[in-house]
Design a protein around this ligand. Structure first.
Ligand code: F6R
Length: 605
């Protein structure tokens, strides 16, 4: 979380830094700030809240200079305030930082007793105070930065700017992503390549432990042992980094609407020449695996939860699921025939990445399903499968979820074929169903007007309950998460059969209960649980297909979905889960794309 940008330019850099920060705002929006060097002098501007507040300040108090660093913050140590906003400055140094300095308390105590005066509650300020102290001791900026980095523990990305140094930015990557952009006589630095897309398509990704000295002429990169090293320069597809709302009111609305196209593209990408074949990376070997370990966070975790049903049903492969932040702390038992599969939109989620690093030495293969193919998780996997969803800017994940499901479904079918649990005929039939997903998702999106009306009722609620069985249970969890994310309504999800073991006590006439129940093998059972809710005056919204709605009898609210094969139902039913959250949030007037307290990329533990 937090976004970092740096520019050594030929022209004024503040407007470019603001533009880059706009592209990084998805990483946090508690505060923002910029520091520049102008005629040798270091100066900075900072503002609380969204970037627009910083832009306003800079209209009245411009920040000239051709070298600068910028930051958009997601608060960890110290609440959102100007004092806690980055860049932080001490003496002749300014610093922007993403991540957590774990030993900051000890450093702060040491620096305070040496006379340093702290102006913020942040861990970041220890970095800048340390660097300033080293400069005062007579070190050069490079020596001061290097000595500072040696003292820091934790996971972070950091950039230093020094007074009197017009042609110098020093940066480091340890645990949090950072990349360098190459221009013509200009150099750039960003938390991701997207931030730099308007400036350059030539990118060098720093590796774990690297630090770099940037000047307009290029970058000197050093590894964790301080040995000068070369990291390859890659060209990114700038088209893939375009971030506009294309006429939609919100990024989330645009990203939901994009789903049929995205799913079609993902399917096309993994389709073989024959209509009933798949083209997946060589070496993907499910045949010899004795267990599949799936690890992710949030929405990506719910995608894994759906996929568990697929892998077990179609491939007979036992699946163990874990929330990434819990995984490595419970000392999981790992074996050489295990496969580990990590799912992440950003590919940078700190807990998921840490889990990947934890299992890698112990399992047969590490596979990842990611949206950002250049991300840390993708690069550290043995096999990375991109979902090809394009940039997802809305903080609530939508198109990435359905595309993750699509790719996981493809993998489950491949696993079934490799393990001989799916006959070629059954494989071809399931693949045929999967190809129909984009069309069904488009039909589900057509229900938007009706969902908008239903959401008006939901927007009055204090709590909402979601129910589902089988693969609709993770969908219920996803629906509840989306609603909490962006409407701030408390929502919970239960496996419908679990209701009577406690949560049924919550049911009264004021509690809306949303039931996901396509007419599948579990329909009767889910409907019985729904009746138990209605018998206690719960306000049910049943989401089902024509047959399900016809058989369910009288229900207070209903939403008709297209009739779809069981296999693909979770992908299609994700759409009403998303639209319900979106329209409920609109009715409540919340900030849909940038909900409070959240950030798109969670790069701290
Ligand atoms: C919720 C949401 C989050 C993410 C989670 C994992 O709408 O978007 O729960 O799914 O933070 O992020 P990634 O997929 O980037 O690892």
């Amino acid at each position: 979380m937090c976004g970092i940008i740096g520019i050594l330019g030929k022209h004024e850099v503040s407007p470019q830094i603001l533009d880059g920060l706009k592209r990084l705002e998805y990483r946090g929006y508690d505060s923002a700030g910029i520091a520049t060097i102008n005629s040798g002098k270091l100066d900075l501007r900072r503002a609380v809240g969204k970037l627009i507040n910083l832009s306003d300040i800079m209209v009245h108090a411009p920040l000239p200079g051709r070298s600068g660093i910028g930051h958009t913050r997601w608060a960890t140590h110290g609440g959102p305030s100007v004092a806690n906003a980055h860049p932080h400055r001490a003496g002749r140094v300014a610093v922007v930082h993403n991540g957590i300095i774990e030993n900051f308390r000890a450093l702060r105590a040491e620096l305070t007793s040496a006379g340093a005066e702290f102006g913020s509650e942040t861990d970041t300020e220890t970095i800048v105070q340390l660097a300033s102290q080293y400069l005062e001791q007579g070190m050069t900026p490079v020596e001061a930065a290097r000595s500072t980095l040696k003292r820091l523990e934790g996971a972070f990305a950091v950039a230093f700017l020094f007074e009197g140094e017009e042609d110098l930015i020093i940066c480091a990557r340890r645990g949090s992503p950072l990349c360098i952009g190459h221009g013509a006589g200009e150099m750039y630095l960003g938390s991701d390549a997207m931030a730099l897309a308007e400036m350059t398509d030539r990118i060098t990704y720093l590796e774990e432990g690297d630090w770099a000295v940037l000047s307009r002429g290029g970058a000197l990169i050093f590894d964790a042992e301080d040995k000068q090293t070369n990291r390859p320069m890659t060209r990114i597809n700038v088209e893939n980094t375009r971030v506009d709302k294309s006429g939609h009111k919100h990024f989330m609305a645009k990203e939901m609407a994009e789903q049929p196209g995205v799913l079609q593209a993902a399917m096309g990408y993994y389709s073989g020449r024959e209509h009933d074949s798949l083209e997946l990376p060589q070496g993907l070997d499910f045949a010899r695996a004795d267990r599949l370990i799936m690890v992710a966070c949030g929405t990506a975790f719910y995608a894994c939860q759906v996929a568990k049903y697929w892998f077990e049903k179609y491939a007979g492969l036992p699946v163990e699921l874990d929330i990434a932040s819990e995984f490595r702390y419970r000392e999981p038992v790992l074996g050489p025939a295990n496969l580990a599969l990590f799912v992440s939109q950003s590919g940078e989620t700190a807990d998921t990445l840490a889990a990947l690093r934890h299992v890698k030495p112990h399992v047969a293969q590490v596979i990842s399903v990611v949206n950002v193919p250049t991300s840390s998780i993708a690069r550290e996997s043995d096999i990375a499968l991109p979902i090809h969803a394009g940039p997802e800017i809305g903080v609530a994940s939508t198109k990435a979820f359905t595309a993750q499901l699509q790719v996981l479904a493809i993998l489950a079918l491949r696993a079934g074929l490799q393990r001989g649990t799916l006959s070629p005929k059954a494989f071809a039939e399931r693949l045929f169903e999967l190809r129909a997903v984009p069309g069904f998702v488009a039909q589900a999106l057509d229900r938007e007007e009706e969902i908008k009306r239903l959401s008006e009722v939901l927007s009055q609620a204090r709590d909402v309950l979601f129910l589902g069985r089988g693969m609709m249970y993770p969908l219920a969890l996803e629906g509840a998460l989306k609603l909490k994310d962006i409407s701030y309504i408390h929502a919970e999800a239960y496996a419908a059969g679990e209701l009577k073991h406690g949560p049924i006590a919550l049911i009264d006439k004021d509690l809306p209960v949303i039931v996901f129940a396509p007419h599948d093998g579990l329909f009767e059972k889910t409907v019985s649980n729904m009746q138990e809710v209605m018998a206690r005056q719960g306000k049910v919204l049943l989401i089902s297909d024509a047959k399900g709605l016809a058989e369910a009898g009288e229900v207070p609210f209903r939403l008709a979905m297209p009739t779809v094969p069981d296999f693909i139902a979770p992908i299609v039913y994700a759409v009403p889960a998303q639209l319900i959250a979106y329209h409920t949030a609109l009715h409540r007037g919340t900030d849909v794309d940038q909900p409070r307290n959240l950030a798109k990329s969670v790069t701290v533990e």
